[in-house]
Design a binder for this molecule. Structure first.
Ligand code: FBP
Length: 258
């Protein structure tokens, strides 16, 4: 099966801009500027991102080809407590109609509802692959059974599941060190690994995470808050790109943010 990655993966690498936090966390993540989807799409365009990740409502009302569209097909709020389940909100067909070049789907591995998310994912994966469309799985270990969602064992298991269930790319949290992340990336085999940014870090912190992830064999990042909550998102984009695509060190990338 030949999947068409197009611009989403370039020379084996990628930098995606995530903007589905409005559903996942609510406007608490936003300020006066980044609450406006048009502001984010401008960053995606000017920053020449390999893709922008949106839920369908934002895509329907704002998307105008600024960067390859990755349509997130499921989601949940952070208002519910207990073991999480992310429900499908958009079909592959709708995503294609909206111009998507890939689809995204979250699976909370270890949640007591994981079977439902696996079932839905397998249908989506099959349909997307019929269109040669890449499938990106947000692989997040969560729920009562998960004691430490960043442990090497849990993240490696999670990454491996991404390969086993047919994800082309997985998006996972960084484990915190190169030694463990190398094993995690290895566990994913030919499935590409992108690292999620998480809540805002210091500029050195996020660049070090990008550097360490790449050193571990990751293919890049799918990042949101650390870019669009930063005062100069395009400079942060450039700094991340220098690390991801040009193998620059943290100190060199930091100079861009001076
Ligand atoms: P960030 O870089 O802002 O963390 O975005 C990555 C992401 O996976 C988003 O796509 C998603 O909305 C969010 O993180 C989910 O975060 P969490 O489930 O950890 O609260």
């Amino acid at each position: 099966m030949k999947i068409k990655f197009g611009r989403i993966i370039k020379k084996g690498k990628s930098l995606l801009l995530a903007y589905d936090q409005g559903l996942e966390h609510g406007p608490a993540d936003f300020n006066d500027k980044n609450i406006d989807p048009a502001y984010i799409l401008e960053i995606a365009k000017k920053g020449k991102y390999n893709g922008v990740i949106l839920q369908k409502g934002v895509a329907e009302k704002y998307y105008n080809n600024e960067a390859p569209l990755i349509l997130k097909l499921n989601g949940k709020t952070n208002l519910i407590k207990g073991d999480p389940v992310s429900t499908q909100l958009c079909s592959v067909k709708e995503a294609i109609k909206l111009g998507a070049k890939a689809v995204g789907y979250t699976i909370y591995v270890g949640s007591k509802h994981e079977a439902k998310m696996f079932r839905d994912f397998s249908k989506i994966q099959k349909e997307a692959h019929n269109h040669k469309m890449p499938v990106i799985a947000w692989m997040y270990p969560r729920g009562k059974a998960i004691k430490n969602e960043k442990s090497k064992r849990v993240l490696a298991y999670t990454a491996r599941i991404g390969l086993e269930i047919g994800a082309d790319i997985i998006k996972i949290k960084y484990s915190g060190n190169v030694e463990s992340f190398k094993w995690i990336v290895k566990s994913a085999g030919k499935t590409k690994v992108l690292v999620a940014g998480g809540p805002k870090l210091s500029k050195r912190g996020i660049l070090k995470e990008a550097y360490d992830a790449m050193k571990s064999g990751a293919s890049g990042m799918a990042i949101g808050r650390n870019v669009w909550q930063y005062k100069e998102p395009l400079k942060m984009t450039k700094a991340l790109k220098e690390i991801i695509f040009n193998n620059k060190k943290v100190e060199a990338a930091l100079k861009i943010l001076k």
